[in-house]
Design a protein around this ligand. Structure first.
Ligand SMILES: Nc1nc2c(c(=O)[nH]1)N[C@H]1C(S)=C(S)[C@@H](COP(=O)(O)O)O[C@H]1N2
Ligand SMILES: [Mo]
Length: 420
């Protein structure tokens, strides 16, 4: 018997078959749809249409058609959407790998195409498999290895998502009916009798199966167990305290947060961002606020004499980690707008700039709805204590429901109005 990979007999696992592929396919259909939607939401949450400063994919063109002003309610919105995006993405890795394994004989199928339609379908599979690997690899590298594609991650992951999802939609339209039929048969217990998907497509069932090393049920448990294990060692990154320590798969560049009022996750430390104690001292640091009535300069002591307000808000990072609510205390953004000539209720967008001179996230634009929300603060304190240098002393932004990246630390300048 011929034993090259292009021959069906080369592939001998008795597990391969329509039932396994269909089961994994249906799980991925649901899971990847959630990943796509939460991913698009994450992009919208950055306010990319607000200012060139925020836009990580300047040539998004029509792909930005759906962008909308990200709301400030509920305050845990981004914590939820991005926690789901990252946690689910990681948990689906075993399902994805098993799915690709289950159809790998098709990769070697000869001749490569039997008709124009078949050639087009195989081309869409190339985009599908290439796209899904690309999205999972860039996503996992970004969260595990601390931005290996600085800056360019966003366009890569964003365009990759659209290319992949287009191929995915074609694939689902072509294959979902078969997958559902296979699963029905499987339930009815006669999946062995499943015919090949089409005359052009040889069956995934090996014509010469080896002895099974794991039962079907065992195989499903293996994949599901792998997913549960990843889920269990990832989900803790969405909580503080002991739960966070269960997040074994969360290597993170930031410093150990320690304990006490400032003892919650730190993304980039003051040292890592080149922020010195000298430039944040009471003598040196001034906040510069600009608006239609001119420019106001305030020391931290002067800020602390303005009306101070508190809000319980989380920090939720694009990397899929988040903190529980922290109690922030500081000056309302709407009150700062009022200092430079705006009405609090009609305050406009604001550009926030940090003392930080190099690296990402040193400036961000906030939308009017975020500025006007009475819970949006330029925080001076957290949990009853002065902000630590790593959490943004002398002052940082905190906005309900916004991605962490918009919560600029070590704020130096705020410009209300025309951001362009
Ligand atoms: N100036 C400045 N602000 C910044 C950052 C930064 O690198 N520089 N990181 C942002 C990101 S990506 C996140 S998730 C939050 C994290 O805040 P924390 O370190 O206080 O938890 O700060 C944001 N503010
Ligand atoms: Mo972040």
């Amino acid at each position: 018997m011929e034993r090259s990979p292009s021959s069906p007999a080369f592939w001998r696992s008795p597990l391969r078959g329509p039932w396994f592929t269909s089961l994994l396919g249906v799980v991925l259909l649901a899971g990847i749809t959630v990943l796509f939607v939460t991913g698009l939401l994450s992009y919208a949450a950055y306010n990319p249409d607000l200012s060139p400063v925020n836009d990580k994919t300047p040539d998004k063109g029509v792909l930005g058609f759906y962008l909308f002003p990200w709301p400030t309610d509920p305050p845990w919105l981004y914590r939820l959407t991005q926690g789901v995006h990252v946690t689910l993405g990681i948990a689906l890795v075993p399902v994805l790998l098993a799915k690709l394994w289950s159809v790998v004989p098709r990769l070697f199928q000869l001749p490569p195409a039997r008709s124009v339609a078949h050639a087009l379908e195989r081309l869409s599979l190339l985009l599908l498999v290439g796209g899904v690997l690309f999205e999972f690899v860039t996503g996992v590298l970004n969260i595990q290895l601390d931005y290996v594609f600085p800056g360019s991650f966003y366009p890569l992951h964003f365009y990759g998502a659209w290319v992949f999802f287009a191929a995915f939609a074609v694939h689902v339209v072509l294959r979902a009916p078969t997958a559902v039929r296979n699963l029905r048969r499987m339930r009815a217990g006669d999946e062995g009798a499943a015919p090949p998907v089409s005359a052009e497509e040889p069956s995934l069932v090996s014509p010469d199966p080896a002895e099974p090393t794991v039962s079907r049920r065992g195989a499903v448990w293996l994949v599901g167990g792998g997913s549960l294990l990843l889920l269990g060692t990832t989900v803790g990154r969405n909580f503080d305290g002991p739960a966070r320590r269960t997040a074994l798969l969360t290597p993170h560049g930031g410093a150990e947060p320690g304990s006490g009022p400032n003892g919650f996750q730190i993304n980039k430390t003051a040292a890592a961002r080149g922020i010195s104690a000298a430039e944040t001292s009471e003598e040196a640091w001034r906040l510069v606020v600009t608006g239609p009535s001119g420019t106001v300069r305030l020391s931290r002591a002067e800020l602390a004499r303005l009306p101070l307000h508190s809000a319980a808000l989380p920090i939720a990072c694009v990397e899929g980690w988040s903190t529980s609510d922290q109690w922030w205390r500081g000056v309302r953004l709407r009150d700062l707008a009022a200092l430079v000539g705006h009405e609090p209720d009609t305050a406009p967008d604001v550009l926030v700039e940090s003392l930080q001179r190099h690296g990402a996230f040193r400036r961000a634009a906030l939308r009017a709805n975020q500025v006007r929300d009475p819970r949006s603060l330029l925080a001076l304190d957290v949990n009853g204590e002065r902000l630590s240098p790593d959490h943004g002393h002398p002052a940082r932004i905190i906005v309900p429901a916004a991605p962490g990246v918009l919560n600029t630390k070590w704020v130096a300048r705020m410009t209300f109005g025309d951001l362009r």
